[in-house]
Write a new protein. Structure first.
Length: 139
């Protein structure tokens, strides 16, 4: 990585301003050579009517972090990343606290990438498991 961890996380968080990611209060919090991590608070703002985390909010978190990870790990500022396909399995419900999304590349091609995103609660319990396929487009 050309920039350091702190710079990359700051850049990821800066691009969230005035977007769905800001609305959902998604925050990028950690980065390794292989994993990008973000967190999202579970509050009434992201609940479904019965008071549990809405699956759509979970999927929005997953696509946000997977797309950001593709951009970060490709290391090319002359591209844009788009989601092609996303599939989510919701395993466990959650009412409050935070969920943490961890994006790990299963395939890092020049054009398409395949990401696994684990959504876990604060105790490390699996909430959702998401598979995201992204495409890299040259600007």
């Amino acid at each position: 990585m050309k920039k350091n961890k702190k710079q990359i996380l700051a850049a990821c968080n800066a691009i969230c301003k005035d977007t769905l990611m800001e609305t959902l209060a998604i925050e990028f919090i950690d980065l390794t050579d292989e994993v990008l991590v973000a967190k999202m608070p579970v509050t009434k703002r992201v609940h479904q009517p019965d008071g549990l985390l809405h699956g759509g909010a979970t999927v929005a978190l997953a696509e946000s972090i997977g797309s950001a990870a593709a951009f970060v790990f490709l290391g090319n500022n002359n591209v844009t990343v788009r989601g092609l396909e996303i599939a989510a399995n919701h395993i466990k419900s959650i009412k409050d606290g935070y969920v943490y999304a961890k994006a790990i590349a299963l395939h890092k091609g020049r054009t398409t990438q395949l990401w696994q995103i684990r959504i876990e609660n604060e105790n490390g319990d699996l909430i959702s498991l998401v598979k995201l396929t992204t495409i890299t487009l040259h600007k």
